[in-house]
Design a protein around this ligand. Structure first.
Ligand SMILES: *[C@@H]1O[C@H](CO)[C@@H](O)[C@H](O)[C@H]1NC(C)=O
Ligand SMILES: *[C@@H]1O[C@H](CO)[C@@H](O)[C@H](O)[C@H]1NC(C)=O
Ligand SMILES: *[C@@H]1O[C@H](CO)[C@@H](O)[C@H](O)[C@H]1NC(C)=O
Ligand SMILES: *[C@@H]1O[C@H](CO)[C@@H](O)[C@H](O)[C@H]1NC(C)=O
Length: 240
């Protein structure tokens, strides 16, 4: 799954150095209020980033298309999400941005409601109940808080320093998740409606099973966007 999503997201790598685009204003790395500057500038730049920028091979975020997502939900459950449209990435609100320049790491805290619409295939057990089906699905993560950590090292290209992200982590805390899987159990409406009700009534337990796989994909998406800029703009142009 990783490799597939990743190769889809990073279709072409950029081999020549780019410069900071006009919609990103650098912060001073010695500024005692660096993180206030970074939060302000991130908020100002994000509407441009979310529209996509061909120069950076950054795709528009709304809607964001994922061809395939195999949710790793353990041995008892197979869940594939196919031709998925992700809505809401452009509405992300940045709450805090924290750059730890000394230690080459950052933490972004964001919030958003995300909605996933597409096809699904499911087979196995969820909440110890048998589940099976394929069809349209509609999943919503309401009022999510996303804590996104990034770690980087440096590489030199043409005697300039570029950041190279070597590790990331995404944690997600939701206020509510909502699921609708159409056509469960070969279209048996009574069984399907019951199952959707059980999933929604027990959304927190469902998220324990399928959440990590989805969070991981969101991490890959976030990292692909960040890398597009962070690894292609000389470090000294971003932190002056
Ligand atoms: C996903 O989209 C592709 C391209 O439009 C299509 O060929 C394929 O049948 C779709 N898959 C499903 C499961 O709908
Ligand atoms: C951060 O990067 C700098 C420059 O490469 C390096 O000297 C320093 O040791 C790194 N800090 C940590 C904590 O890894
Ligand atoms: C998905 O479900 C939400 C309610 O949870 C609804 O508002 C929305 O219109 C649905 N979207 C589609 C494409 O069915
Ligand atoms: C990469 O990131 C981790 C954080 O998980 C950090 O501890 C480590 O030192 C980094 N690796 C390198 C090669 O710098």
């Amino acid at each position: 799954m990783d490799r597939f999503v990743f190769s889809f997201l990073c279709m072409v790598s950029i081999t020549f150095a780019l410069h900071i685009p006009s919609y990103i204003k650098p912060c001073k790395k010695n500024d005692p209020n660096l993180n206030d500057c970074a939060l302000k500038q991130t908020k100002l730049a994000f509407p441009f980033v979310s529209k996509g920028d061909k120069q950076f091979k950054a795709r528009p975020l709304n809607p964001f298309f994922l061809p395939f997502l195999e949710v790793d939900a353990g041995a008892n459950l197979e869940l594939k999400l196919i031709n998925l449209t992700v809505n809401g990435l452009d509405n992300i609100e940045f709450k805090t941005v924290n750059y730890d320049i000394e230690n080459n790491k950052s933490r972004f805290i964001m919030s958003s409601t995300l909605n996933f619409v597409g096809k699904y295939e499911i087979n196995g057990q969820i909440l110890v109940l048998p589940i099976r089906g394929d069809g349209n699905c509609n999943i919503t993560f309401s009022d999510g808080d996303f804590i996104y950590d990034t770690y980087w090292t440096f590489v030199e290209k043409n005697s300039q320093q570029f950041a190279k992200i070597n590790n990331t982590k995404l944690d997600m805390k939701l206020k509510r998740a909502h699921f609708n899987f159409e056509n469960l159990f070969n279209g048996d409406k009574l069984l399907g409606d019951n199952m959707n009700k059980v999933l929604n009534d027990n959304w927190e337990d469902v998220m324990k099973e399928i959440g990590p796989g989805i969070t991981h994909t969101l991490d890959v998406v976030a990292t692909s966007i960040l890398k597009a800029y962070f690894e292609n703009i000389p470090y000294e142009e971003m932190f002056v």
